[in-house]
Design a binder for this molecule. Structure first.
Ligand code: ZN
Length: 91
């Protein structure tokens, strides 16, 4: 017996999408991210469209200033296992 998953069950990409990596979003930086910056560009993004950058300790200020200089709505939070992956039961 096989259970077929309807296409409509596919999750939408966007809000709440899992981060692809936890490496710093700053170009040329491969440090592990310790912070997450959730932001959007009000000119091209609707209010439910949020992008997430990950920053290491060294670059969180750089990225925050980069975004705030453009008046983008921005939330900076510590990146932890809880925010990365809320389903930690199992493995
Ligand atoms: Zn970095």
């Amino acid at each position: 017996m096989s259970d077929r998953v309807p296409a409509a069950a596919s999750p939408m990409i966007g809000l709440g999408a899992p981060l692809q990596s936890s490496t710093c979003s700053r170009a040329d930086c491969r440090a592990a991210g310790l912070w997450r910056l959730d932001w959007r560009n009000p000119r091209i993004h609707s209010t439910d469209r949020v992008k997430t950058w990950v920053a290491c300790d060294e670059h969180v200020d750089y990225l925050r200033e980069f975004l705030s200089a453009r008046d983008f709505p921005l939330t900076v939070r510590p990146l932890d296992a809880q925010s990365l992956n809320q389903a930690e039961d199992g493995q």
